[in-house]
Structures are given as C-alpha cells and as structure tokens.
Design a protein around this ligand. Sequence first.
Ligand code: NAG
Length: 380
Amino acid sequence: MFNWAKQQLANVAGIQEPIYGPTAIKSVAEEAATVPYTELKRDDLKWRAMDSTSVETQTFYFMSTSGQLGCAQVIYSNVVGLHVTCQFTAKVFSRDASIPHIWSSTQLSNVDFSDDKTCFYADNCAVELSEDGTTYTIKSLADEGCIVNLTVTRTTPAIHAGTTGTTLFGTDFTNPWGLMRHAFWPRCTSEGTITTPDGPIDFSGRAFYVYALQGMKPHHAASRWNFVNFQGPTYSAILMEYTTPPSYGSTTVCVGMIAKDGEIVRAGCDSTATHLKSAGDPVNDWPAPSEAKFTWSGKTKDGKELTAVLEGALGERLDRIDVMAEVPGFVKKIVQTAAGTKPYVYQYSPQVKLTLKLKLGEEEISEEGELLTEATFISE
Ligand SMILES: *[C@@H]1O[C@H](CO)[C@@H](O)[C@H](O)[C@H]1NC(C)=O
C-alpha cells in the first residue's frame, strides 16, 4: 500500500522541480506585447487529448437571471504511466451557508471525440460545439441526481491572448517540456437546466466559457491562481492569473479581457490581481483574501486608452475546496511534506455587488454586476 502510494505520488505529484529560473518560461505576455489577442476559429477550439502528462478542461460558468450561480466542467487528465481519466462535474452554489452546494462529480467512460476534435462524448455525456462555432451544448445524464441540459452561446468573438494563447516551459522553446494554454468566450448567454431530485433549476442568463490545457504537472506550472468572472448588464470583465513556483522564477502570467455584446473591447496581458486584505484560514494557514483589487488596461482597437478597476470586499466565501480531499489522508500528508503542495481553492461571490469602473478615453462608465472570483493556493 505504501509503495503504491509512493508510486502514485511520483506519477501524480512528482517531486519538486529544480530552480530553472525565469529564463525557462516564455510567457504568452511576450506575444501579447505586439499582438494583444487573437480571435479564434473553430480549429482553435479543438481538444488536444495529449498523450503526455496533462490536464485539459472545458469549464462553463453560469449566472442565471434569477440569481443562481453554477458551473459545469469536463476534465480530461492523462497521467503518463497511469491512465487517462475523464470526469464531469457540475455545481450549483448555495448562497446560504446552512444549505450545502449541489456538487456532482462523475467519472466518465467510453470517452471519444468528434472527427474534428471539437465535440466531446462519453457514456451519458456530450459537450458539442455547433456547426457555426457559436454554441456549446452540454448534456449529462451521468449522475441521475444532477442532470445537465444547458446551452451556452457566445455574444462576442472567441479569443486567446497573444498569437497562440500559450505559455511555454523549458530550456528550449522549440521543444518545450510543458505548456499552458487558455481560450475564452468572455460573454455568453445561456439556456437550460440542471435538474436535481428537487426539480429543475433554470440557468437562463449569462455564461462564461474557458478552455484550459495544462500540458505538464499542474502544481509544477502554478503555485497560485486568481480568477475573475464579472458579468454586468453591458460589460464582462475576465481575468486569469497564475504565478509559477520558484522553479520558474515565480513568474506571473495574467490574461485579462473586457467585452460587451458583439465586441472585445480590450484583451491582453496587462491585468493585475491584488489581495488587499486577507481573512486567512486557520485550517491551512493560507492567506485567503477578504478584499481584492483587479485591473485591466491597454488600448482598444480604435486606439482609445482603457483602464478598468474592480475593487472591494469579497464577503463571506462561498466555498473552500480542498483539492486533495479525495486522496487518502496519508497520501495527502506525503504530498504536503514531500512536494510542499496543499492546494485549496477559495470561491467568492459578494452579496454586496462590486462596481466595474471603466475609463474609455474620456468616457467614464460604472457598472454593477455579478462576480464569481477564485483565489487558489497550491504551494509556497
Ligand atoms: C433541454 O433543454 C432544452 C431547452 O434549452 C429543451 O428544449 C429540451 O427539451 C431539453 N432536453 C431534455 C432532455 O430535457
């Protein structure tokens, strides 16, 4: 048992990497300095299903008109030496601490893709991209207690940062040993339901979609993450930031975008995420934030200077996810001591709504909106 666990760890967690320094990472921000972002074609939305160690995800976040918050995700993970596993997860957040979140996580079998690799199939589960590339349909009967039937339609172009959306890891960037890629649908409409034994929950409203490929061991790529999904009546503001472990010079890669219907107002790598105050967490000593500030900047397509700020108290956290909770306790202990890894995700959606303050040239716009933000701590 112990040897099994050690092997599992070597495969999944691995040991800490040596210090390669900041020259062993080529941030997508280098591309974004000249080409801030690129609009995507259908081809850019393919599953890669890499045959090396990797985690690939499609994640859809929902903010219904009636105030429900939810998400659905397909996770394709390949741990070389072990196996490929696929998981479908769905969550409906409870805003009342006395009522648990609805959380469903199901292992999928008979995984397959469409010939063009834009659609995902498994027994009782399908996530399909429409012919015109504007709509994903997400259907799952994999968990009878949480039946998903949702569509997400983008109202802006699909984009990634820079020319490739990809950050490379290695000492030879023509042959990198790792990569991280993200692609976004920053502003979408949604329709459909998540159905539990208590009945269907309507998710008509707004949505956001992110595709992520971590072509390496996830905790080798990032020690911290920040994520912002702000959806206002007119504007959406998205931010995704990670900081590498010291092995890659504690380098921060931050992709941000401001969008409105029909238009990417600005996207690129000029965003910042700052925790202004932390509430901490006695369970693990992570400085879980209680107040934060997020910024966006850069030039719009028509040459206007844009700055945007979202700042304020995050309120009671919605949830804390102990990522290692599902592995046996002693495995967790070894991961913590051997690899310095204790991943926790903190999720917030302030009840006191935050206001996006946007400056577009001389024009000043303030807009209240729905926010879902995550702070993730993985390693020191
Ligand atoms: C799924 O939702 C759509 C509306 O978005 C509806 O027309 C369809 O009947 C639903 N399908 C099932 C199996 O419930």
